[in-house]
Write a protein that binds this ligand. Structure first.
Ligand SMILES: *[C@@H]1O[C@H](CO)[C@@H](O)[C@H](O)[C@H]1NC(C)=O
Length: 394
């Protein structure tokens, strides 16, 4: 086997090269990406079509514009769907896909791996990427004052664009003046029972944006709570909010739908619960309630389940019986029938008592000239020549 030692390393080299190529392709297909969002702060990740276009063979040459429709599928690795906090939207195969959501504190620490599969809808090529979401804890800067705005003239994916969201947060900062302000969550109005608008006047679905800040709500944000504005809201009129003009150029806020949540009070009660010893006071032996169950009164149950249906059935039975016995057409027919029978019998009796002889025409057969009664014809003396030969005519 000495002979074969020579080519060995060369074959191994080719194999290594092949494996390296395969690995390069695989790592291109399975390229991972790490992101580090904070819990309780809005996370937005755009799946850019431009980036994924370069993944599909035939690879577009530089300067070449390919405009293939591309859609994405996103799921938690090993599961069919995304984690509950992460949502995904792509309006058309010609627009970018967006992953967004508000990571929850429970997921802090362990990385969340999202598999992203891009489909080229023209060539049916696919490309796979992993997005590794490492959720960071955000306890060091709590934002206990949370306000949720409803923006009427935006769709969720328009609002997710960083510059639009930045403009909105800038406007909120302007009217609230907090030290720190963060977007917490974004929800399409469609997820809250909203409707898809008619395709007229460029109407939008609307979007809810929740922001959190570290200082109490400004007087302007509270303006909607005054009685005048509450009245206008109940009459479906626009409330007059002085700081609305800070938003108006770009965002149409529905001030009646603003919700202001102050979590500082909830946090204090939460801490009180924690300060307990964790042991329940000894309440002695457990005594089950003894005969409270026995004294339960079934009388009304009985009435409802048995007596009422029986009463209804009885009433129906009586109505039916009345119809069958007293209102039946058959009864009249029976009366007719017995009356006819009675008359016939009377006639018969009367005819039996008659003295005169039977009219000849009522007798079976008689001779027209002599008047002699001829006995009924028998097949023997039947004159068959005068009769049509029915039987021979077949
Ligand atoms: C964000 O909004 C979604 C949809 O309304 C909701 O299910 C989720 O609980 C919200 N997350 C937070 C942290 O408020």
């Amino acid at each position: 086997m000495r002979c074969c030692a020579g080519p060995g390393p060369r074959g191994g080299g080719a194999l290594t090269t092949l494996l390296l190529t395969v690995y390069t392709i695989l790592s291109k297909v399975h390229s991972d990406r790490n992101v580090y969002p904070s819990a309780g702060v809005l996370f937005v990740h755009v799946l850019e079509r431009e980036y994924f276009k370069g993944e599909f063979p035939p690879y577009p040459k530089p300067g070449e514009i390919s405009n293939d429709p591309i859609t994405f599928n996103t799921n938690l690795m090993g599961y069919p769907d995304r984690p509950g906090w992460l949502r995904y939207i792509q309006r058309t195969p010609y627009s970018d896909g967006v992953l967004y959501g508000s990571p929850t504190v429970e997921n802090v620490g362990k990385p969340t791996v999202i598999e992203i599969t891009a489909y080229n809808r023209r060539t049916f090529e696919t490309a796979r990427h992993n997005l590794i979401i490492n959720i960071m804890s955000a306890e060091d800067f709590p934002l206990p004052y949370q306000a949720e705005f409803f923006i009427r003239n935006m769709n969720v994916e328009e609002m997710l664009a960083s510059e639009v969201l930045g403009d909105f947060l800038g406007a909120v900062k302007n009217v609230w003046q907090p030290e720190r302000l963060n977007a917490i969550n974004i929800t399409s109005a469609l997820d809250r029972g909203g409707r898809v608008p008619l395709p007229i006047n460029d109407m939008k679905e609307g979007v809810y944006v929740m922001v959190g800040a570290d200082v109490p709500f400004s007087s302007c944000l509270r303006e909607v709570e005054n009685p005048q504005n509450q009245l206008r809201c109940s009459q479906e009129m626009e409330p007059s909010i002085t700081c609305d003009k800070k938003f108006r150029t770009q965002f149409h806020i529905d001030w009646c739908k603003i919700s202001l949540v102050d979590n500082t009070k909830q946090v204090s009660t939460f801490q009180e619960v924690i300060r307990g010893e964790g042991i329940l006071p000894d309440g002695g032996e457990y005594k089950p309630p003894s005969d409270t169950l026995k004294s339960r009164d079934y009388y009304s149950d009985f009435l409802i389940t048995l007596a009422v249906p029986s009463a209804v059935a009885l009433v129906l039975f009586l109505i039916l019986a009345y119809i069958m016995c007293c209102r039946r057409e058959g009864v009249i027919q029976l009366v007719h029938h017995s009356a006819i029978q009675k008359s016939t019998k009377e006639l018969r009796d009367m005819s039996k008592n008659r003295e005169i002889a039977w009219p000849l025409s009522t007798l079976p057969v008689f001779h027209p000239v002599t008047g002699e009664i001829v006995p009924p014809l028998h097949p023997d003396n039947y004159d068959n020549t005068s009769m049509p030969l029915m039987q021979t005519q077949q």
